[in-house]
Design a binder for this molecule. Sequence first.
Ligand code: ZN
Ligand code: ZN
Length: 271
Amino acid sequence: MRVHVIGCSGSFAGPTGAASSYLIEHEDADGRLWRVLMDLGSGAFGPLQQVIDPADLDAVIISHLHPDHYLDLTGLEVFWAYHSRTDLGKLPIHAPAPLPDRISGVLGRAGHVPDGVKTAPFDYHVLADGLRFTIGPLEIATHAVLHPVEAYGFRITAEGVSFAYSGDTDSCQALDELAAGADLFLCEAGYIEGRDDHFTGVHLTGRRAGEVAARAGVGRLALTHIPAWTDPAIPLAEAREVHTGPITMVRPMDILDVSRSPDRHAARNAQ
Ligand SMILES: [Zn+2]
Ligand SMILES: [Zn+2]
């Protein structure tokens, strides 16, 4: 499994990159490559087209309905609805229930069908806490996390490797559960200690992300969702104070390989 970082800027698109969006790729036993897009925040539809032809997407999963995680679906909808190819079918979109109305609201239209076409281009699937579903060889589990709106983290597994994504959240039990023993844990660290202590129930700091990774025993921690006004070195240093395992700070266009963590499995086998 691979995770392409399409955008990772926290809360809004930054001067050097788009808001949250990640492309997950995994090849099944027959050699068919599956592509699932996880979030498509402000500004992310442009760089996505540098990585793949969006017509090759198999599905989209959306963690929550803040604009920095879903707003560029408006561009993907135009792309899918008016594309010259006639064999695209409907693109499955797994998201919180209000998404179709939210997109129509942004576009100022009644109903979910774009102007001039006969059918809606997206096939919506409503997310809920504790859901499990598959997209090709990828098994996806949802965990409701702590954020001001309905929000999910995802745990994605395939052929024995596991990838966990925090979505946007503050510390909570569900986050520890979804990260437990993951080979790769992609975790937001939108706040920094001290400066942002007066905000609660919204985002993690680097320190709190590191504490989750340590408790969960993850193979590798990748920090993301750093807003433009924050020096990424600060949350990275915070995380390193509390977690001794491998930690990286993601950048746009990074490719993260999700593979079995030998350390984690050795430690588990020794227990
Ligand atoms: Zn966000
Ligand atoms: Zn959010």
